[in-house]
Design a protein around this ligand. Sequence first.
Ligand code: ACO
Length: 191
Amino acid sequence: MDFPFDINALFPERISVLDQNLATGRKSSGRPDPQAQIATVIDELGKASAKAQKLPAPITSAAKLQSNRHHFYLLKEGESNGGRGVAVGFLKVGYKKLFLLDQRGAHVETEPLCVLDFYITENLQRHGYGLELFSYMLQHKRVEPEQMAYDRPSPKFLSFLGKHFELKNSVPQVNNFVVFDGFFRNKSAGQ
Ligand code: ACO
């Protein structure tokens, strides 16, 4: 996804981690406040993700990011668009308090890290970018895929998890979250 401004100036790293402050952790001295452009990138990616998942409205926007304690990982491809760079996609994660059912159907109260939104631009899907972004997040958060919960995963994302991480057997839930075998390992009710 390209923009009429320099993605490389906004996001110096190949993968940037943004939080509530919409900050990449770097300041570009002498430039106008880049927050508005950063917000545009987040909003456009959020809209495209919602469209791809056929959601009625975006679940990711700059405003939503500012009002939640989520982490937004943005992957860019710096060489494209005449050297100004393109946004390849994003992954949004956050902790959620959830009541889940374990394999025996017992209620377990947990607060796992959840994948809340994940999107790679259409023309770049199935090129390994999603795996690059997801693997970066796993290292950054020091978490294993089986320890995470997945909010309403799409068929493409389920296929992705099965292919790259052998996550195939989910434990039935009564909410929109999906967890896999291994999630309840080392967990007992009440933990
Ligand atoms: N159809 C089926 N499976 C797909 C597709 C597709 N069109 N695209 C990717 N996958 C899965 C497959 O397992 C694929 O392996 P294969 O090509 O051998 O079948 C694997 O992902 C490829 O891995 P990557 O190239 O690393 O994945 P990609 O860069 O495409 O990113 C993602 C995966 C994020 C799911 C991407 O396809 C996408 O943006 N899809 C549309 C939006 C979406 O569904 N997002 C998930 C929302 S659910 C949530 O966020 C909780």
